[in-house]
Design a protein around this ligand. Structure first.
Ligand SMILES: [Zn+2]
Ligand SMILES: [Zn+2]
Length: 209
């Protein structure tokens, strides 16, 4: 298995390269900036980029979609409820930045229950709305990418348009903390964790689990 974590952009987003070492095929999850840094890691891997997967449509998770798509031809995948954020700078909040950002449109619209095949590996799509309407988590053997839904010791922000605190808590509680304790959590920002550690120690859930 290939799994690389690259911290990209001004908001220090975790971009992940995940895929098959055997078949030399990868997905880039959340290329939120620093395209040259991402390319340098990809170059070292000599793997084909099959998919660009955005865990949600905020600018800090999509900002290098365009450069990556142009150079690799990979298919852009996002949940259907965040689709418009790709092409509308107001909806992905980059209209607030010096340089507004858009992405090429999605090639594949996702929904909960979908499976993305990367070489012999599978990424199962779990719809985890709350931080954004189309937020997803991606589960593979022993690990889960949680975007801005669940962080080590925290949860994503819920003070944006389109966000909901109650929905976010319900997503984490009902769809992520039910995964097995030893699953490794790869969040959209900050250090990695495990489902078990978040059940025990995350202040949003520990006392109520
Ligand atoms: Zn976000
Ligand atoms: Zn983020």
């Amino acid at each position: 298995m290939i799994l690389e974590k690259i911290v990209v952009g001004d908001l220090e987003t975790n971009c992940y390269i995940f895929g098959s070492a055997k078949e030399k095929e990868v997905a880039v999850i959340d290329p939120g900036g620093s395209p040259e840094l991402i390319f340098s890691v990809l170059y070292g891997l000599t793997a084909r980029v099959r998919y660009i997967i955005n865990t949600h449509g905020h600018v800090d998770h999509i900002a290098a979609n365009r450069q990556l798509k142009k150079r690799t031809g990979a298919e852009i995948c996002i949940h259907r409820a965040d689709n418009e954020m790709l092409i509308d700078a107001r909806k992905n909040f980059s209209n607030l930045l010096a340089v507004p950002v858009t992405s090429p449109p999605a090639d594949r619209l996702l929904q909960g229950g979908d499976v993305i095949q990367v070489g012999e590996l599978e990424l199962k799509v779990i719809h985890t709305p709350g931080h954004s309407p189309g937020g997803i988590s991606l589960v593979s053997d022993g690990l889960v990418f949680t975007g801005d839904t669940l962080f080590a010791g925290a949860i994503g922000r819920w003070d944006f348009p389109g966000a909901s605190y109650n929905l976010l808590l319900a997503s984490v509680r009902n769809k992520l903390l039910v995964l097995s304790d030893d699953m490794i959590v790869y969040p959209g920002h900050g250090p990695i964790s495990t489902i078990g550690a978040e059940k025990r120690e995350n202040p949003f859930f520990a006392s109520r689990w």
